[in-house]
Design a protein around this ligand. Sequence first.
Ligand SMILES: [Zn+2]
Ligand SMILES: [Zn+2]
Length: 166
Amino acid sequence: MIIQISNLSDGDYHYTFDKEVKEIGLSEPFFGNVFVESQLQKSRRQIILNSKLIVNVNFECDRCDVEYEQELTNEFKIVYLFSSEINDEDKIDLKYIPFETDTINITPDIRDYALLAIPMKKLCKEDCKGLCIRCGKNLNEESCSCKTDEIDSRWLPLEKLRNKVN
Ligand SMILES: [Zn+2]
Ligand SMILES: [Zn+2]
């Protein structure tokens, strides 16, 4: 995902990329292709690049363990400042580049932002009912006859303690 910037006159440009995830160094849970759309604004002193990525992932639900596919998207903006004094402490959204730079490569940024798009909690659906803690049935697919008023065994020690106190 390389953008040629030498001989690019000031103005607005639009780019799209479509690459296999493994070509940009992404593996599980990513699969298929990553699609990127970038808007580039070039002026004499800087380049502003707004990018949006779309990528597919294969997750296992945290509640019911079922595998499901999800489309992740992320958007980010990077400002490239033309500078003769190169500050090598690049920030995530600000990079210094020499005036004579020929190309900018956004592959590492796409990889980073794809990884940042992975949610902390992975749920096959918002209201996933999960698995029965007694019989292990997937409660999204069927209900079970386990008594729901039984105490989760993990809380039994606590329950014993409560009985003692009372
Ligand atoms: Zn689930
Ligand atoms: Zn059950």
